[in-house]
Design a protein around this ligand. Structure first.
Ligand code: XMP
Ligand code: MG
Length: 179
């Protein structure tokens, strides 16, 4: 698996350090409240797990799965709900935990949906942001790392469902895509 990686973009240590900073900021933002933290599966599951451990206010967690990519590396622009939330978001302070924002299509759809369900507030924390890929005007309130417009894997992010378990984020060797 490691042999398929051309370059490590962000190391395990850098990721963990940045998550501690984000956790501290979010603990301040949500002081005195109990946010509903929503993990956007599958990519955000590792980030979610590490992030909630460094948030010091009480949180509730829920999970939803959406799909816009299939096995390809480009957004189709179509967002499909594979698994909806269990909890009601009505009147809740919702924190969406995303792995990566590229075009912004997935997130703009989710934000509208949660606002339509009458969440009290909707805030986004994303670990990675590729602003060069944006097709809709959207920015996360909290961003871990701004990265170049390259397809990345690791730390939850996959290529054809593999590489999610790498503890760092890297770029695949080009020959892996042409297999
Ligand atoms: P959009 O374009 O809707 O994309 O902002 C967000 C979703 O697309 C996936 N995505 C990636 N997945 N490496 C991945 O493994 C990438 O470089 C990448 N860029 C976007 C991801 O699922 C994200 O939630
Ligand atoms: Mg994916």
């Amino acid at each position: 698996m490691q042999n398929d990686i051309q370059e490590i973009l962000i190391s395990e240590e850098e990721i963990q350090q940045r998550i501690r900073e984000l956790g501290a900021q979010l603990s301040t933002e949500y002081a005195g409240r109990t946010p509903l933290v929503i993990c956007v599966l599958k990519g955000a599951f590792i980030f979610m797990a590490d992030l909630v451990k460094v948030i010091t206010v009480p949180v509730e967690m829920d999970f939803m799965a959406v799909s816009s990519y299939g096995a390809s590396t480009k957004s189709s622009g179509v967002v499909k709900i594979i698994k909806d939330l269990d909890a009601s978001v009505e009147g809740r302070d919702v924190l969406i935990v995303e792995d990566i924002i590229d075009s912004g299509l997935t997130l703009s759809y989710l934000i509208e949906m949660l606002q339509g369900r009458n969440a009290a507030s909707v805030t986004v924390v994303t670990l990675f942001d590729k602003p060069a890929g944006r097709t809709v005007n959207l920015e996360a309130a909290y961003t871990g790392f701004v990265i170049p417009d390259e397809f990345v894997v690791g730390y939850g992010l996959d290529y054809a469902e593999q590489y999610r378990n790498l503890p760092y984020v890297g770029v695949l060797k080009p020959e892996i895509y042409s297999k």
